[in-house]
Design a protein around this ligand. Structure first.
Ligand SMILES: [Zn+2]
Ligand SMILES: [Zn+2]
Length: 60
């Protein structure tokens, strides 16, 4: 095993292939979504609300 992968956003361990981890800018997929995609269409949207993206972890 390689060294532990730590999320740049929340600081928790990320259980992903190293390749995927790099792909998500060294974050969880969900953290990546909140960092870059969540409020793209609705600036200022809170993390409690679904943004309409099918990848959004909120609500569903
Ligand atoms: Zn995270
Ligand atoms: Zn979202």
């Amino acid at each position: 095993m390689s060294e532990e992968q730590t999320c740049q956003r929340c600081g928790e361990t990320v259980e992903l292939e190293a390749e995927d981890f790099e792909l998500f800018e060294r974050m969880h997929p969900d953290c990546f979504h909140f960092a870059f995609e969540h409020d793209l269409n609705k600036p200022g949207l809170s993390a409690e609300e679904n943004c309409g993206d099918e990848a959004c972890p909120v609500g569903a």
